[in-house]
Design a protein around this ligand. Structure first.
Ligand SMILES: [Zn+2]
Length: 179
């Protein structure tokens, strides 16, 4: 969660890629029918309202996410209202993710996440109210643990995984593209 909202699904220890490498692009689930046009072609994606630019577009009273959360701490009514809608969207998105994937764990991270961490206990409780009662105690939503390095570590892990599972194929591709 940052300038965009992306996602990935690890299943049986491997990153699921889908037919087009788009598996788990959770930022593009529709939250606002007929909402803002998204880069993906859809309207009202979670990314259009829940990313940093999405929040700032909705709040429209400042230019940075720091400024927004400063206004929240000052209990500025427009910022508080925007925060409430943002948290409600997050709650809807996480509920949808839980129902779509039945995951052991949902891991949240990115540049936006540290600002939202203090609301997560409430969000967890709200999502629990919205899923099947018999799995409520199995809902696990946790922050990512790699801090600001998570994108880099994810990219390196992908390369290592390919290098370890199909080294010759990868080296052949590398030397072909290097020419
Ligand atoms: Zn989209």
């Amino acid at each position: 969660m940052g300038m965009e909202i992306g996602g990935g699904v690890i299943t049986r220890g491997e990153l699921a890629e889908g037919a087009n490498g788009l598996y788990g692009q959770v930022g593009h689930i529709t939250l606002v029918p007929d909402g803002q046009l998204c880069a993906c072609g859809n309207r009202g994606c979670w990314e259009t309202v829940g990313s940093i630019p999405g929040i700032l577009r909705r709040w429209s009273a400042g230019d940075s996410i720091d400024e927004f959360f400063h206004a929240v701490r000052q209990e500025d009514p427009s910022a508080l209202q925007c925060l409430e809608v943002t948290l409600r969207d997050l709650e809807s998105a996480l509920t949808t993710l839980f129902n779509a994937y039945d995951p052991e764990i949902i891991v949240l991270g990115g540049r936006l996440y540290p600002y939202l961490d203090m609301y997560m206990e409430e969000i967890r409780a709200r999502v629990k109210e919205r899923i099947y009662f018999f799995v409520r105690n199995r809902l696990t939503i946790e922050p990512a643990t790699f801090g600001s390095s998570q994108n880099a570590i994810g990219a390196v892990a992908l390369v290592f995984e390919r290098l370890l599972t199909a080294p010759l194929q990868m080296l052949a591709t590398e030397s072909a593209t290097g020419e």
